[in-house]
Design a protein around this ligand. Structure first.
Ligand SMILES: Cc1cc2nc3c(=O)[nH]c(=O)nc-3n(C[C@H](O)[C@H](O)[C@H](O)COP(=O)(O)OP(=O)(O)OC[C@H]3O[C@@H](n4cnc5c(N)ncnc54)[C@H](O)[C@@H]3O)c2cc1C
Length: 453
């Protein structure tokens, strides 16, 4: 029997995870990519933003070096070196993903793919059109920043997130619009570089979707850094003047800076993809999928941001993996459906923020009985040794069974530490399983065991 032919449009985390996993399971896989393998995640989103944050963090460490017993530390930012550093990380990652795909026998086709029928993809590439027939098609074309009509984005003074890696010059005063994860990461990044930052937040809370206690810890840090917060203000227009950018809000307030950055969500890359020709249902441009990531056409799947689920690289990758298993017929065995409520996520600010599973506020709103235990890092030896005792660990569990339902961490290395709680939530472990783990001392992870006690 000939192997199943799978054509994947889009080589970001959703597409490339699906490709390598399906190839390992015996499929004949082709990935169509118009830009770089690794996707927007590597080129525009996760990687460059975290590389810039890491540089800001190093600057911050140098500024606080006195607290570690070090004197005479001076540091300045070199944007050219920073740009080179980001490009070098991107090249290395692109190289490693391409190598992995090739090692699994995945064919790569350069160009823009579209459906011309339920089983046929056409690629418009540098050498003209290529036709690909498929038994299964996976759409993983991602998303791009939403640019409101009232925002005169020019890539110089009025920036989308994609113009900021890094911008041509360090903004003297950056006005950031957008209270979500992306907005707060940019506020954090540029304030760490030394820019004055004004943050326009349409709600009464930074990170409106997060635990209020977690959001409050971040707001406190922003205020300490001198970030000006415009809460409850919705940006309505932007005026670019001689060296200035003025953002007017619906409550009459106006924020004037040297630059402005928009972080107001994303739109799916579904235009021109031929979804109608193939009979694929969409909602607001996102492909409608079931719990197996299958669209209204059973052999066409969607992974990643295009599926309109959680817009995270980690979720895109896991969707890709699950799609590979489903279309290769493994879903009858030990296959587990993706449970988006158990996805861990992090915000790479200082203090770092991470959470997973049931949030205390949501349990409260649902009237659900929970046990919440919380421990501050100020009681943790490693946090004191590292001169960074900010934040806390919070664990939410079932009071009857002790099963871990969720948790949040604010503090150093939160994005790494949350893995323990994520594993507990996914595997249905109890708080005693964490308490009785023989952990390293001194370690930040000891705060997890203390919180689970
Ligand atoms: C500033 C920012 C920071 C972020 N940081 C994080 C983070 O730290 N952690 C995290 O988990 N998530 C993060 N995200 C979210 C994450 O980047 C996305 O969820 C992730 O990239 C989605 O992966 P994807 O595979 O769906 O799409 P993408 O990564 O967008 O890849 C899609 C690929 O498809 C290609 N493509 C599109 N159309 C076509 C076509 N017609 N033919 C051929 N190729 C096509 C594109 O060129 C692209 O390479 C961040 C997002 C932003 C905006």
């Amino acid at each position: 029997m000939r192997p199943k032919r799978i054509v994947i449009i889009g080589g970001g985390p959703g597409g490339n995870q699906c490709a390598t996993h399906a190839a390992r399971l015996g499929a004949e896989v082709t990935v169509v990519e118009r830009d770089i393998v690794g996707g927007a995640a590597h080129l525009w989103d996760c990687i460059p933003s975290k590389a810039m944050i890491a540089t800001g963090e190093t600057l911050g460490l140098m500024r606080t070096a006195r607290g570690m017993g070090i004197s005479d530390v001076s540091a300045s930012l070199d944007f050219t070196a920073l740009r080179q550093r980001i490009e070098s990380i991107e090249h290395r990652l692109e190289h490693s993903v391409t190598g992995l795909l090739e090692s699994q026998g995945v064919a790569l086709v350069q160009g823009s793919g579209r459906l011309v029928g339920p089983h046929e993809v056409v690629v418009d590439g540098p050498d003209g059109e290529t036709h690909l027939d498929a038994d299964v098609i996976v759409l993983a074309t991602g998303s791009r920043p939403r640019l409101p009509a009232w925002a005169p984005v020019d890539g110089r003074r009025v920036l989308s997130t994609r113009d900021a890696y890094p911008p041509e010059e360090l903004p003297e005063h950056l006005v950031v619009i957008g209270a979500g994860v992306t907005g707060v990461e940019f506020v954090h990044m540029f304030s760490a570089f030394g820019s004055q930052v004004t943050f326009i937040v349409s709600r009464q809370q930074v990170l409106p979707q997060k635990d209020p206690e977690v959001a409050a810890a971040l707001e406190e840090d922003f205020l300490e850094r001198g970030v000006r917060l415009f809460k409850g203000a919705r940006a309505e227009s932007i005026e670019v003047g001689e060296g200035t950018v003025s953002v007017r809000c619906d409550d009459g307030r106006q924020a004037t800076g040297s630059h402005c950055l928009l972080a107001v969500g994303s739109v799916p890359n579904s235009d021109g993809l031929g979804l109608e020709a193939a009979g694929v249902d969409t909602d607001g441009g996102y492909v409608v999928v079931d719990h197996n990531c299958r669209s209204s056409v059973p052999h066409i799947y969607a992974a990643g941001d295009l599926s309109g689920k959680l817009p995270l690289s980690s979720v895109a990758s896991m969707q890709g993996r699950k799609i590979a298993e489903h279309c290769m017929g493994l879903h009858g065995g030990p296959h587990r459906h993706l449970d988006y409520e158990k996805a861990a996520s992090a915000i790479f600010t200082v203090p770092e923020i991470a959470d997973v599973g049931l949030a205390e506020a949501d349990a409260f709103a649902e009237g659900r009985k929970i046990r919440v235990t919380k421990v501050p890092f100020s009681a943790n030896a490693k946090a004191l040794i590292a001169n960074d005792p900010r934040g806390f660990v919070k664990i939410v569990s079932d009071p009857a069974t002790g099963v871990v339902l969720g948790g949040s961490i604010v503090g150093r290395n939160a994005a790494e530490l949350i893995s323990v709680i994520a594993l507990a939530v996914t595997a249905g472990l109890r708080v005693t399983d964490i308490v009785e783990s023989l952990l390293v001392h001194p370690a930040l992870a000891e705060a997890l065991a203390d919180a689970a006690e």
